[in-house]
Design a protein around this ligand. Structure first.
Ligand code: DP6
Length: 352
């Protein structure tokens, strides 16, 4: 499928150029799980963009050399990643007609541990898409900042779906939803700050590293298994429907309903994995222990500590900076940290 709005200009002048860009990771509240051809999501999703977990990328372009890509992650050459990027660049040539007319050396670094299971593909492809748009402006002429960001989000999506949400800060929606004006399956849009209660504008996301290392089933394979999952259609419909209460909650600041919805989304994601054929489980014993402790803690204290999960065993602990955070932080240190592999926790926040 070609998308005319984003087709590249045929007039361009290339030259050697080095650009550097940085892009944060994000954590979904309503999850993207299941997609169609050309990275079209089966349902809309919404996420918090994080403030600290980022990928910093330097892209060197050598004009008029035979097309090739070399990649380095924290100084180490990554051949597999280079192959993936080569394929990606070939796939987006119609949107950046100069892209195959040179050689690339790409150096990336994450500000968070590689094995933490924090979506490095989101920040990674976000940063690459930003580098490509900076080069494009240099070679094909300037566009407005809005247009450039939108195209960066469009290009990031073609690398990794969730990456398209990382181009904007705050709360970000990807996928067509009747509840969100301007939303699209092709790129992400910022959820209007005016429609968000202040309590959601300063929120912690502490990632408990329950299991470090490669997970047994990749997200790409997991998405694919939704094609034959008998519950998939119902799930996609539910995710679409969940935008109705989510919109209400974001406006009113109803924390109790927010917690219920976000935890339900996380558990549904993992339920879908268990209902796949072949079935798979990415949660570990520690994941379940932590979830139960969070539920007990909430029952006892009524404090707003809750969780979401990505496609992995690690637990994202969510809690607002609303005055209750010190008690919550000390509970995490004394009760939850013991369930991690190596006392690992990545402390991030979304602030906008
Ligand atoms: C569970 O964006 O990593 O994190 O599009 O195949 O690259 P690809 O998948 P990816 O899937 C992320 C799924 C998720 C939920 C979410 O971020 O919405």
């Amino acid at each position: 499928m070609t998308t005319n709005e984003f087709l590249g200009k045929e007039n361009f002048t290339i030259q050697n150029k080095t650009v550097s860009e940085s892009c944060p990771s994000n954590i979904a509240l309503i999850k993207y799980w299941g997609k169609y051809k050309d990275q079209i999501p089966a349902n809309p999703s919404i996420s918090f963009t994080l403030n600290h977990c980022k990928t910093n990328t330097e892209m060197e372009f050598f004009a008029n050399e035979p097309f090739s890509v070399q990649t380095f992650l924290s100084g180490n050459e990554e051949v597999k990643f280079a192959e993936k990027i080569e394929k990606y660049f070939k796939n987006i040539e119609q949107y950046l007609p100069w892209i195959l007319k040179g050689k690339y050396v790409i150096k990336t670094e994450n500000t968070f541990p590689h094995s933490s299971g924090i979506a490095s593909s989101a920040s990674g492809f976000g940063a690459i898409a930003k580098c490509l748009m900076t080069l494009d402006e240099e070679f094909s002429g300037k566009t407005s900042e809005d247009e450039s960001l939108r195209k960066a989000s469009f290009l990031a999506r073609l690398g990794s779906g969730s990456a398209c949400r990382s181009l904007y800060n705050g709360l970000v929606v990807w996928g067509k939803s009747d509840e969100v004006e301007g939303s699209s399956d092709l790129f992400a849009v910022k959820y209007s700050d005016d429609e968000i209660h202040p309590v959601f504008k300063d929120f912690n996301d502490w990632v408990l590293l329950i299991h470090e290392g490669v997970k047994s089933v990749s997200s790409t394979v997991g998405h694919g298994l939704m094609n034959t999952n008998p519950y998939a259609e119902r799930r996609f419909q539910e995710a679409r429907e969940n935008f109705v209460p989510m919109k209400e909650i974001l406006k009113s600041g109803n924390m109790e309903e927010f917690i219920k919805l976000v935890e339900h989304e996380a558990l549904t994601l993992h339920a879908m994995m268990m209902m796949s054929d072949p079935a798979f489980i990415l949660m570990k014993t520690g994941t379940l222990e932590v979830i139960n402790k969070i539920w007990d803690f909430r029952k006892e204290t009524n404090l707003p500590l809750f969780f979401t999960l990505d496609a992995g065993a690690n637990v994202h602990l969510l809690f607002p900076n609303d005055g209750s955070e010190e008690q919550i932080k000390s509970f995490i240190e004394t009760e939850l940290l013991q369930h991690t592999q190596k006392n690992g926790v990545v402390k991030d926040v979304t602030k906008f």
